[in-house]
Write a protein that binds this ligand. Sequence first.
Ligand code: GLU
Length: 472
Amino acid sequence: MNALPTKLRFAPSPTGLMHLGNTRTALFSALYAQAMQGIFMLRVEDTDRQRSTAEFTEQLQQDLHWLGLDWQEGPGQDLGHGPYFQSERLAIYQSYYQTLADKGFTYPCFCPEEMLTLARKVQLAAGQPPRYAGTCKSLTAAEIEARLANGEKPAIRFAVPKRETIQFYDIVKGPQSFQSDDIGDFIICRNDGTPPFMYCNAIDDALMGVTHVMRGEDHLTNTPRQIMILNALDLRVPEYGHFALIVGKDGSKLSKRHGSRSILDLRQDGFLPLAIINYLARLGHAYEDLGYADFETLAAHFSVSRLSKSPAKFDPEQLHYWQKEAVSRLSDDAFWQWSGISVHSIVPAESARAFVDAVRANCTSPSDVLQWANSCFDERLDFTAEQSELIQAAGKVFFQTAEQLVANVGTDYASLCKQLTERLGVKGKLLFQPLRLALTQALHGPEMQKLVPLMGSELVAKRFHDAAHLCH
Ligand code: GLU
């Protein structure tokens, strides 16, 4: 009988910034926990003191909060299983070394690193999986004592039992089976006394009551080792689920080259949390007939049976699609805040409301908003050579006439167009394109009827004057 509440955890190592890959791991775990009305826990795996930093630790917590992936248990939320930083749990890991030794599951290994590296190379070259040969397993108690007395610092290896099959049911991939003879005796304590991730991670999952471990497929080969450790300690083995990793469009490991950036970068570029969440929730998990949704709705429709067994391809265009959805749902005030201080310094306060109304449908990032702010309020537009050619094609008279007309029609764009057609006989694309370009420096964009009043007749006249000037 399983009396434990469903508990999933996100267990990042704070050795870098959060990115789409580990954010998706956190998200799937959080969605599953919510779907099961269970607990989503955060545990910081910071035993690697060289590579873990306080900045990354702080940033990952901020990123999770910003994404709306709040943990119900973890740092600042102790439900009785803390501390939740592994660097504060070293005594616990230590005590289990003793238990394992007492039960005869481990032995000290004095093999120097160079020797192990060489052995690995030889095995790989011979087409064999690299596996520890068991050299130190046969050391006698006297030999061990002598080497310890000599000041040698051993690592501790877990003695993998012979001819055993380690089986488990992976909740994503189905039944899994590993032969113990394929797994060499592995290190659970390095010779500098530090525990490798695999060991602490398994022990903490058991001690903290984690019922389901959801993680990337790159951890699949750790699982039989972790199950052996837990069985040796009579600790509870959680259920495991390993989902396929995210790859770039070319099928290779996701990297910056594929446009994948840190959450902090995306945030600084104006991506909205629910855009990232909606995108990642569908990256390797199928949601049928579900549009843009909040976390609770995504959780209500989440199912491990819908997790894909093949790698998910990162597609920046999809991310942009969800960003557009997210931006379209911002209130006008939120949109204004999101557009940032550069925009605020350009757009006069009294025009803010009308400006937002005019441009919001054309913006998916604060830099888009900035572009329209410049179009509407910058004194001068700097045209590219290509844009200048298009302006020149309309001709000097076109813009001179437009400039004159502004004196009569002001910022009434419809009247301006109508009168230009009457005077010069131009219409359609030949009318609208050069006007839009001269006024906004773009060929497409928000409705001109809304932009022109924002510019004011003086600036509109100046824009036409400048365009006429560009023509020979
Ligand atoms: N600290 C490990 C990592 O960041 C955790 C792996 C796991 O989820 O079990 O890769």
